[in-house]
Design a protein. Sequence first.
Length: 254
Amino acid sequence: MLRNVRWIAAGLLTLGGLIALPGRAAADTMILVEELNGSTVVNSQTFSVASLPTSGSPYSPAGGAFTGISLTVTSTSGVSSNVNSLTTTVAAKPSASFDPSHSLRVTVTDDGFLNASAGSPADVTNDPGASSGISGGVNNLSGTTTIQSGTILSGLTTLGATPASSDTSPGGPSDGNTTVNIPSLPSTFAMTQEITIHAIPTTGIDPNSTFGGTLSSTIVTTPPQSVPAPAGLLLTLTALPVLGFRRVLRRKAA
């Protein structure tokens, strides 16, 4: 009876210790939307995934050059894999006070990615695509992808970043699919996309035009390859049962 009580007490202590252990902070995603006049920010707003502006409930900053801003963010965050991706689609319209010298910048950071092969090298692809829903000008979308360790809450450290890539629609030019290699990707990491949209008038931007497009970022980890045993070792291991059987026969014969 006393022994059972001791086992129960030890189990309760262990359970209490497990409950008290601090867990990993919940993954977070932060979206920052900014209007730029050159390099000067004139409008900005931060969103979470739950509060993203949609086509049915867009973001329209007062006095801004852009209106009807909507976003879609798709991520593989939270699932352990050797292939992870983040895709962001941006759409906006020119406001009544549209100024073509202004641009729209969207920064998306997701810190909840899980790498199934921790410490292995990984390749990042950064692929932009500008939408063609514009009249009286061209729509340019440029973007970069940065891979980081850490979290939004504790701070992020850059592991590598792709060069900027861009796409212009309609008609081009396009400079897509920039890449970067991460020599050693940790088990948890963050991915940040920075997307800049700029409408360039040719004959005058139609007020019903839509600016924007999509940036797709993919990171593929190369897991370590298993090394086959040398042929001599395989032969030795294969022969061991036979040798053991022969020794047994010799003992019986003796």
